[in-house]
Design a protein around this ligand. Sequence first.
Ligand code: PMT
Length: 224
Amino acid sequence: LTPQDMAGKRVMVTLGPTREAWDGVRFWSNPSSGLMGAALAVCAWLRGAEVTAICGPGVRTRMPQGIARRDVISARDMYAVAASLWAQMDVGMFTAAVADFSPKPIGGRKFKKAEAPQGFSLDFQPNPDILQSLAEKRAPGQKILAFAAETAPDMHALLPLAHAKLGRKKADLLAGNLVNCADSGFCSPTNSMAVVDANGREEIWPNQSKADVAWELCSWLLRM
Ligand code: PMT
């Protein structure tokens, strides 16, 4: 039987990519599948939590009906939904690969190739940092699990990056994952993690399924 050690907790998970439109039919995005976030949502739900999954576009993983699902497209949409729910939550798990910048749209119509025979440039504007902004407004007792997608030569090189991001984002726990190798990060069923917490603990986890990663991260959060 699954332990109900998250019963009574309200958990919000962000997952998947965001899409930032630059004309009527094209967008800027990344390859996140939402697998890592869905694994966390399901794990927390199985352990008794009330879970809301805020899903970026293209998250195809089916989650149990008991998990409330909110679908969004852009970083600003994700921010609006997350900000509206945050005050009711005990835990925020931020796995989404949110676009840090969005191209300034050049209009709502399809941009034609003939309009730019020599190529063209787009201007980018910063998006809100969802995690950082909610961390700054958090109530006592609210816990935050952050992720960090990094390219690094190996897991040991990931640790200082993970510590720095944990501090910057004001999270309690941060899971850094390598995204420059085949069996970790975007779209992979497995992840290699460098996990650090606000008490200075750090661990390197060898490659394992995202379900196992989710289980270990929920247990770590509960111990904090
Ligand atoms: O979805 P999968 O295919 O399973 O892939 C999983 C994953 C690689 C997407 C996931 O494990 C992961 O690393 N997610 C974080 C990706 C990321 O955007 O990292 P970051 O270092 O840019 O952001 C750091 C943290 O801030 C993240 O928790 C992110 O959700 C959050 N953030 C970032 C930017 C922003 N504007 N708002 C945010 O909330």
